[in-house]
Design a protein. Sequence first.
Length: 355
Amino acid sequence: MTVSGRIFALAVVIAVLTLPVRASAASAPAQAPQLMSAAWASPVMIHWTPAPERDDAEEPGHGHGHGHDDDSDDEDGTLQLVLRAHGPCGSAGEVRAVASFTDPAITDFTDPVPDGTYCYSIALGDDSAMAVSPGLTVVVSTPPPAAPSSGVLAQRDPAARDTSAPAAPGKLSLSLARTRAATRARVTLHWTNPEAADLDRVELVMNRKHPPRSRSDGRVVYRGLALTFALTLPAGKAHFALYAIDQSGNISSASRRSVSLAALVPLRPLSGSAVHAAPLLRWEPQSGVAYYNLQIFQRGKRVLVAWPHGPSYRFPAGKLQPGTYVWFVWPAFGRLHSSPQFGQLIGRATFAYEP
């Protein structure tokens, strides 16, 4: 089914239900979205925290092993939907999917709605099931202008428009989490917002090829007033630029940061790589390890078990057949031929042999 077809099917299901939570291959956020814009104001800006990432892939038992039929990503075919209904949560009317994302890193949405009361929630679903977060009630209303102490309404001079940009966000830094995943790593960015009375939001732009030259040179991955943002990225480089924007639309200069994630991914070749000859499988060495246990599977069948003493192993050319292989490696301790003890899985990866 196409993405548009899935969106339509999910929207129809959502409209029939009154936002129940159903079991799904994906887990919806456990908390309601947060309101990031000013109360009563439009556009409404919301932010949500994804459910903890699951690792559904079963790992082979130490020294035993279990087959894996494929190496598909659990997120394939999963959509994030922003749901909006008229009325407060709990008694809202018809539910509509007002935005959809196939990128799980997107956790912000801006909605320019007219005055009214709305219920926002986040759904994750695929072709067969979905799960919906708790709802956030938002009341949008254009407030009357505030009267000054003299009792005379202040008159705004159109020529006195604010043209001063806020200072750039400060102290942009990032922290990296090591992971056993063979294709991605978790990155958390931190910053301080400038002290501006009319600060409206900050926007974080990411570009995988080069440092963003402007707000439009890349993808906006965060929009709001928080001081931290986390996302999961594949191996490689990522470049970030953070801008502050005030209520008049003035944009600050950028705070910038770049990161290389290749060092966080412990296995080579990188998972999903295509090889045309017998590959040299490599992994991060472990201290105090006498040898390693390497297990390799194809089409769910274990085709090779090896016990290399170092953090690499050349796949035997005579055992290679066209197709996709899944391999696992553990650190091992003790005597090899008596009672070896195994440490935590170093990693799991795949490669495709294409002669």
